[in-house]
Ligand binder design. Structure first.
Ligand code: UDP
Length: 324
């Protein structure tokens, strides 16, 4: 198939491009390189352009049609979304709308969307399934929910079939060490812990809040390996090709929660040394606990995660950091 990967230069998108290319698909990456890296696009063509520029999109959609569009391009930092909501509504909502319109104008009707656990807000039950109330507590989560709602209307009125995959906490790196997580500035927990493991003063780990209502007071998250997330996208392509109509959504996680301190302990074992930290203020917009119930993805997509141990996920990230 000919597959468009918007955001293929980013962390999850670049792993997806590799997997699609390995499966024999023709892949085109479209990316504005605002947070991604051209060097991460090692397979297929890279088209440099912006979803906010409709003429970039019309050139992109000229020529051979795409069988499927995958959409990873988004601003994805909770804190930044609270400080700069306009940036989030513009990039994540307007940008996606432009992409959906380009698809519609060119007769492309299969779409896989990178959604997020952030659409749920504070959980009202232990594991979050697809029916859990959707009440995002930050602009980032609201943008993802708005797009899911747009996708429902596009499915009903225009026949655009879509799968929204709600990632819990993406982590880890390509097992062959060709790709990994590289954000600047880095905000995510596992890379920050591993940077601190180098012992450089400026990289002292901060734990954002240790007074949450959890067993050790730190936030609990469900970490899912980036390759497992990409595998779910392949399964979602098969699902769409099986003539599934409508706008579907699946929650993707391991179903196990780890607190910030538990992740730190596991990382210390992986790297073989103690990692110093200091406790800082809570981050605004941070729910105490987010754990997925992914039974629907297992049942309907036939998806399972291969990385179920947090130490194995951390090990791939550490191997990537030490690749040279
Ligand atoms: N966190 C932390 N220190 C860091 C980075 C993250 O304490 O340097 C916490 C963060 O507040 C959250 C959890 O670790 O509770 C996971 O954060 P991350 O940014 O990786 O993902 P998020 O859940 O915010 O999408």
């Amino acid at each position: 198939m000919r597959i468009l990967v918007c955001g293929g230069a980013g962390y999850i998108g670049s792993h997806m491009v590799k997997l699609l290319a390995r499966q024999g698909h023709e892949v085109v990456t479209f990316d504005n390189l605002s947070t991604g890296h051209s060097a991460a696009v090692k397979w297929g063509e890279l088209v440099h352009g912006d979803l906010l520029n409709p003429s970039d999109l019309s050139s992109l959609f000229q020529g051979d049609a795409f069988d499927v569009v995958m959409h990873f391009s988004a601003r994805s930092l909770v804190g930044e979304s609270i400080q700069k909501p306009a940036l989030y509504y513009q990039n994540n909502v307007v940008g996606t709308y432009n992409l959906l319109e380009a698809m519609r104008n060119h007769g492309v009707d299969k779409f896989i969307f990178s959604s997020s656990a952030a659409i749920f807000g504070n959980p009202v039950k232990e594991r979050i399934d697809e029916d859990h109330p959707k009440a995002p507590i930050n602009p980032y989560g609201k943008t993802k929910l708005m797009v899911e709602q747009i996708l429902q209307d596009y499915a009903a009125s225009y026949g655009t079939s879509s799968v929204s995959l709600r990632y819990f906490n993406a982590a880890g790196a390509d097992a062959e060490r060709e790709l990994g997580e590289e954000h600047d500035p880095e905000t995510h927990l596992i890379p920050n812990i591993l940077k601190a493991a180098y012992g450089q003063q400026e990289n002292t780990l901060k734990i954002f809040g240790d007074d949450y209502d959890t067993a050790d007071g730190t936030c609990v998250r469900d970490y899912i390996h980036v390759e497992d997330l990409c595998d779910a996208h392949l399964k979602a392509v098969e699902y769409l090709l099986a003539e599934k109509r409508g706008a579907e959504a699946f929650n993707l996680g391991n179903g196990n929660g780890f607190s910030v301190k538990e992740v730190l302990l596991s990382a210390q074992e992986v790297v073989g040394k103690e990692i110093p930290y200091q406790v800082d203020d809570r981050k605004p917009g941070d729910p105490a606990v987010l754990i997925a119930d992914s039974a629907k993805a297992r049942r309907e997509l036939g998806w399972t995660s291969r990385y179920t141990e947090i130490s194995d996920i951390i090990s791939t990230a550490w191997a990537w950091m030490n690749r040279d």
